[in-house]
Design a protein around this ligand. Structure first.
Ligand SMILES: [Zn+2]
Ligand SMILES: [Zn+2]
Length: 231
């Protein structure tokens, strides 16, 4: 998937067509090794995240066959991989100035089936919780969004104060009204992706508002333990 973009990138960096070919060959040779050793990611060009590349890098560092091949090939493979890693995550300058030149017609992506395991969560309970909150952000009722097509009310999102991934630690359900807060999308994303100090400020306040209701729902978690889980 990333192969054509990578080739374009290398060309735009002013490197010769021969070098472009070398890099692609180098990476495909690493792919052969990944396949041979049953590494979970078989194709570097199909990497989805930066951490995919980091795990490949760690594997290559510890793989004797790769090290030997690379030595004989005068580092051609590690150099190709390094350039690919730079393309993926180390060249902000390039993308800042040249992203429009990366517009090429790319091949249609393949379809894949993703199987995940997660606790059931009930959308009805989430919807009722939004209704119960009057479609107001429970961090700050002044927060404005837009009118949602499906409810005809302000668009809000349900957030599990104690995330469902911690369900294992509880003997009763945490997919309950007391654990679901109604938040505007910005406050919601803040709790998932914000910096610790900002998250703590909002999470602590919501916990205090819900503490008693959580206990009534059989969920007894001290503020300290709660913050430890979510920050
Ligand atoms: Zn959430
Ligand atoms: Zn908000």
């Amino acid at each position: 998937m990333l192969q054509e973009f990578f080739k374009r990138y290398v060309r735009l960096k002013g490197l010769s067509e021969r070098t472009v070919g070398h890099y692609v060959t180098g990476i495909n040779s690493i792919n052969v090794i990944l396949e041979k050793y049953n590494f979970p990611i078989r194709n570097i060009f199909e990497a989805k995240t930066v951490s995919d590349l980091e795990s490949i890098k760690m594997f290559l560092l510890s793989n004797a066959e790769f090290q030997e091949k690379n030595r004989i090939g005068h580092n051609m493979y590690s150099v190709s991989f390094r350039h690919f890693c730079e393309f993926v995550c180390g060249d902000y300058e390039f993308f800042n100035h040249n992203i429009q030149q990366m517009d090429i017609v790319a091949e249609k992506p393949t379809i894949m089936t993703i199987t995940t395991t997660a606790y059931h969560r009930n959308q009805i309970i989430v919807d009722q919780s939004l209704e119960g909150a009057g479609y107001c952000c429970e961090h700050d009722a002044e927060h404005k969004t837009f009118i949602a097509q499906s409810t005809n009310h302000a668009y809000m999102e349900g957030h599990h104060l104690i995330p469902m991934k911690y369900q294992d630690a509880f003997n009763c359900s945490i997919d309950v009204y007391a654990n679901i807060v109604c938040l505007c999308p910005i406050c919601h994303k803040l709790l998932h992706y914000g910096q610790a100090k900002d998250k703590k400020y909002v999470a602590e306040e919501l916990y205090e508002k819900r503490h008693e209701r959580l206990i009534n729902s059989g969920i007894d978690l001290s503020k300290r333990d709660f913050l430890h889980l979510v920050i």
